[in-house]
Design a protein around this ligand. Structure first.
Ligand SMILES: Cc1cc2nc3c(=O)[nH]c(=O)nc-3n(C[C@H](O)[C@H](O)[C@H](O)COP(=O)(O)OP(=O)(O)OC[C@H]3O[C@@H](n4cnc5c(N)ncnc54)[C@H](O)[C@@H]3O)c2cc1C
Length: 390
């Protein structure tokens, strides 16, 4: 079904905002020593997005959401700059965290934690992954070692976490821990002295403020009414967050690759070698043609998965398929753009090299490619077994 005129017009406004207001910030030196944007710049861009009517365009103040197909249109446009999602408040992990609080949070929790996130006045972090050397949860979340136990009208959490995007500077945290009943999720105010930053490693990607922290949690006391949903249901809620959050990464990074393709095309049409523009050399033209085809495939894959999620399905299988297909295609697109631009492609004079680095990390977070394929293979076997029994 075609999307309505209101959302189409909003998408155009987002695109104009990103191209005219956000893109100039790409040269702004306000970055931390990991290369990530400083909050001062993030909140300055958000003030401008608020004034332009393009802030948090996909989530309503009460936590309800536009359809995923509408969201896709808006988030792809916000992704046209790596800074666009931060400016429009469509970035990870805030986007997925707002979605989760909107779906599982009580009215009181929404008022206290969602409101400031929705208004773009605070950032948040999602604390699930744990250090490999500690034997904690990674690709396999069931290995979670961080514990929580009830103590009066509080829960007490102890454990370790790593790769926690945006932790430094975040005001809202969603902490996952294991109780006797199973996994639990809690909303917490940050910073909290019971959560110590051990390290913030340098990583290949640089788009996310606060980068990705390694943490130790020691006797973190959380009032019982700050549990998200019910004890033991944590992995179920993680699933609620996972499919749309995964798909929203596909949307944003597709936007970034569309822009990288524009930059590479401009280079290939202007730059000459061996007596003609680069694009007229088959080896270059074919790369850009391949990219055009892959961009369309990504759009269709996202639209298909979004339409499944819009039926209220969890879309676990579909979002796995979309995540693998889109992240791998985007890697090819970004690599082609770097190659077409020669030496310029690996400099920081355009966003192309950053997009290449960011997509490399995207093939790991929200489920590495192999894990999605592995779970798909398990489903294929289940389907086969069922067919044998029929
Ligand atoms: C940039 C970035 C941001 C992140 N942000 C967050 C965050 O905000 N919050 C959070 O909680 N986590 C975050 N993560 C963590 C991310 O979700 C994990 O890195 C991911 O789940 C993989 O876990 P791991 O790194 O421990 O890899 P491991 O579990 O050590 O796996 C390593 C590799 O083994 C392979 N593998 C694993 N299982 C299988 C299998 N069944 N079949 C085949 N191959 C397999 C895969 O190739 C995988 O990449 C982030 C990660 C990155 C890189």
């Amino acid at each position: 079904m075609p999307l309505g005129p209101e959302v189409l017009a909003l998408a155009d406004r987002i695109e104009a905002f990103v191209r005219e207001v956000v893109v100039p910030y790409e040269a702004d030196p306000r970055r931390d020593h990991h290369g990530a944007p400083l909050d001062e710049m993030v909140f300055e861009m958000r003030d401008k997005a608020r004034a332009a009517g393009v802030l948090t365009p996909h989530i309503r103040p009460d936590g309800t959401h536009r359809t995923q197909r509408e969201t896709a249109l808006l988030l792809i446009r916000s992704g046209l700059s790596p800074l666009g999602p931060l400016a429009c408040n469509t970035n990870a992990p805030d986007e997925g965290n707002m979605y989760l609080i909107g779906h599982v949070g009580t009215p009181e929790l929404k008022e206290r934690f969602l409101r400031k996130l929705h208004e773009g006045r605070a950032r948040s972090a999602f604390l699930m992954t744990e250090p490999a050397e500690w034997g904690g949860a990674g690709a396999d979340p069931s290995m979670m070692k961080t514990t929580c136990r009830p103590d009066g009208n509080h829960w007490v959490v102890n454990g370790r976490k790593c790769f926690i995007t945006g932790y430094q500077g975040a005001e809202v945290g969603i902490v996952m821990a294991r109780a006797e009943e199973g996994a639990c999720m809690f909303l917490v105010d940050l910073p909290d002295p019971a959560i110590r930053i051990d390290e913030i490693p340098n990583t290949i990607d640089t788009s996310m403020p606060g980068s990705h922290a390694t943490l130790t949690i020691e006797n973190l006391r959380i009032p019982a009414d700050q549990m998200l949903g019910a004890a033991g249901e944590g992995f179920k809620y993680a699933q609620v967050r996972l499919s749309p959050a995964r798909l929203s990464h596909c949307m944003r990074w597709l936007g970034a690759c569309i822009r990288a393709q524009e930059i590479a095309t401009d280079y290939a049409c202007r730059r000459e070698a061996f007596g003609k523009p680069l694009i007229e050399h088959e080896g270059v033209g074919f790369k850009l043609a391949e990219n055009r085809i892959l961009i369309k495939q990504c759009e269709l894959m996202i639209d298909w998965c979004a339409s499944v999620l819009d039926t209220a399905s969890l879309g676990t299988i579909e979002s796995s398929m979309a995540k693998v297909s889109v992240s791998e295609a985007l890697m090819t697109i970004a690599d082609n753009c770097v190659q077409v631009m020669g030496g310029m492609g690996v400099t920081d004079k355009t966003i192309v090299e950053q997009v290449f680095r960011e997509i490399r990390a995207f093939r790991i977070y929200d489920g590495p490619t192999e894990v999605h394929k592995w779970s798909l293979a398990k489903k294929i076997k289940r389907d086969w077994k069922q067919a044998q029994g029929a």
